[in-house]
Design a protein. Structure first.
Length: 509
């Protein structure tokens, strides 16, 4: 260190401190490099200054070609005076550039600038690693002094911190942009999977469910979904959620049957720290679903006490944690599912009528698979495609006799059982066509358990459609007690359209 007269030293230090403050508020790397160069030029009273940063992956130095330019200059990190400084960390002060063998003239050639003299110092980060070189070119009066060496070294150490911060922020920004993009992509996937399209079924029973879900998409009413186990209740609940304005808020599923009575309350409402020894506070499912949807699966299995507590939250929209003193407001939409007959439970006194009416604002009934056998080929092929996609397997198909057997099996476990069976068949079959030999010997025999179950005949499509239309029109008229206007609405037809079809099928009005 050379010794400066005290007032002058103070002046320099104050200038460097002021520059350092400016640098630390610049988060953009390109603008920061310009700022550092500008400040060095005025501090050292020279023509140019630039920072060369070390790219360790490519073992190159790079810098901006000129102030304000986005053009980048790159060269081998072992070249030139900047290279030597970046390698050794030594200060290099050159009085006559072109007579120094280390000087790398190619840069002047490239930029069209003529270097007379230069000063280079290493740029070290706080860990002491060299991250680049700092060069000042062409002192206005004379050559660079020892004082300039000290100033540039001090400036370089402040610059290093600001540069690393800006690089880190740039990287974080790029990562977060990438994450945001991935996130948006995943949301589109989830939405398209459950945007009712996840519910497969071409016939009227399933289509009715799909239309109902679409009809209530803008509301936040509570929905009760009933049906046997494996009929798609949870699938329907997700479709309701992902079609609603709450789609991007949480969907929290809770199986009420799987929880012992003693844990239910803390699971639902959360628990305050220290209620019992060693208990940490925990957020309950109601709070996790805040702003979104809470799916209460197997709600028919809740005890009367638990029912009372849930009802209170639904009525007052606030909850209290176990052992807590404060009330926490919550905004939760409830979707509930059960395979029990809740009206019978009400009669028995095991389900609260008031809770029933609160959750059953809309009722969705998922039919058992044996009642919608016409959907089996579609479902089976859908699951087979899903298997091939998930396992990156080439396409497979069912032999017709296998489909016929699937259609005629009793399926007590409904769609879930069908899905499992298809996955098993696909995994076990070594051929592209799944044949009868792949069928499980234990698979229930056709017609067994449901002797009068209708099977799907192979007939002309036109005839099958006509039959289906005739049945649906008959059913709609029955449901509306012969009101053609209402029946047409149910079927999604105009009244005239309905009358035309009734004439075609000779249905009495
Ligand atoms: N209509 C359907 N279309 C496509 N997949 C279905 C359908 N119904 C049920 N599934 C599938 O069957 C399985 C069981 O459905 P799930 O919703 O869990 O039934 P539940 O809740 O009534 O027991 C899931 O893999 C689900 O995706
Ligand atoms: Mg379920």
């Amino acid at each position: 260190m050379n010794v400066l007269p005290q007032p002058e030293l103070n002046e320099r230090l104050a200038a460097i401190l002021a520059i350092s403050q400016k640098m630390n508020s610049e988060r953009d790397l390109s603008a920061l490099l310009d700022l550092i160069a500008r400040e060095a030029i005025s501090l050292l009273d020279c023509e140019r200054a630039s920072i060369f940063l070390l790219d360790r992956d490519r073992n190159e130095l790079w810098s901006k070609v000129a102030l304000g330019s986005e053009e980048i200059l790159r060269f081998d990190a072992r070249r030139g005076i900047a290279g030597e400084t970046a390698l050794t960390g030594n200060i290099v002060n050159v009085r006559d550039a072109y007579s120094d063998p280390r000087f790398y003239t190619a840069i002047d050639d490239q930029t069209g600038y003529r270097t007379r003299n230069l000063l280079a110092v290493g740029v070290r980060n706080q860990q002491g690693e060299i991250i680049g070189a700092f060069e000042a070119l062409n002192k206005h009066a004379g050559v660079f002094t020892a004082r300039d060496e000290d100033s540039l070294t001090a400036l370089a150490s402040h610059a290093a911190i600001a540069i690393e911060t800006a690089q880190l922020i740039g990287e974080l920004r790029r990562n977060s942009d990438e994450l945001a993009q991935q996130n948006a992509h995943l949301w589109r996937e989830v939405e398209s999977r459950y945007a009712t399209h996840g519910i497969i079924g071409a016939g009227p029973r399933i289509q009715q469910v799909v239309r109902l879900i679409e009809r209530i998409r803008d509301s936040a009413v509570n929905v009760l979904i009933t049906g046997e186990s494996g009929t798609g209740k949870e699938l329907a609940a997700k479709a309701v959620h992902y079609n609603s304005p709450r789609a991007r808020k949480p969907f929290v599923a809770l199986n009420c049957a799987a929880l012992p009575e003693t844990l239910l309350e803390s699971e639902l409402f959360g628990i305050e720290k220290g209620v019992a020894t060693g208990v940490n506070s925990r957020v309950g499912q109601f709070q996790k679903a805040d702003g979104g949807t809470l799916f209460l699966d197997e709600i028919g299995d809740l005890s009367l006490t638990a029912q009372a507590k849930i009802l209170r939250v639904l009525q007052e929209r606030i909850l209290e944690r176990v052992g807590g003193r404060t009330s926490i407001p919550v905004d939760v939409r409830i979707l509930a599912a059960t395979n029990k007959d809740l009206e019978a439970e009400i009669v028995k006194g095991t389900f609260r009528e008031d809770l029933y009416y609160r959750i059953k604002v809309i009722h969705i009934y998922m039919p058992p698979l044996r009642e919608i056998r016409e959907e089996i080929p579609l479902l089976a092929n859908h699951f087979l495609k899903e298997y091939c996609k998930e396992t990156a397997h080439s396409t497979m198909e069912f032999a017709p006799e296998v489909l016929r057997k699937l259609v005629n099996s009793p399926w007590p476990g409904n769609v879930r059982q069908l899905r499992n069976e298809v996955m098993r068949l696909a995994a076990c079959s070594s051929q592209a066509v799944i044949g009868e030999e792949d069928l499980w010997e234990g698979m229930p025999a056709p017609g067994h358990d449901t002797p009068q179950a209708p099977s799907v005949k192979v007939q002309s499509l036109k005839k099958a459609v006509a039959e289906m239309e005739r049945t649906m029109i008959g059913e709609a008229l029955r449901q509306t007690k012969g009101n053609q206007q209402q029946a047409a609405k149910l079927l999604g037809l105009s009244r005239q359209g309905l009358i035309n079809k009734m004439k075609r099928y000779a249905i009495a009005g």
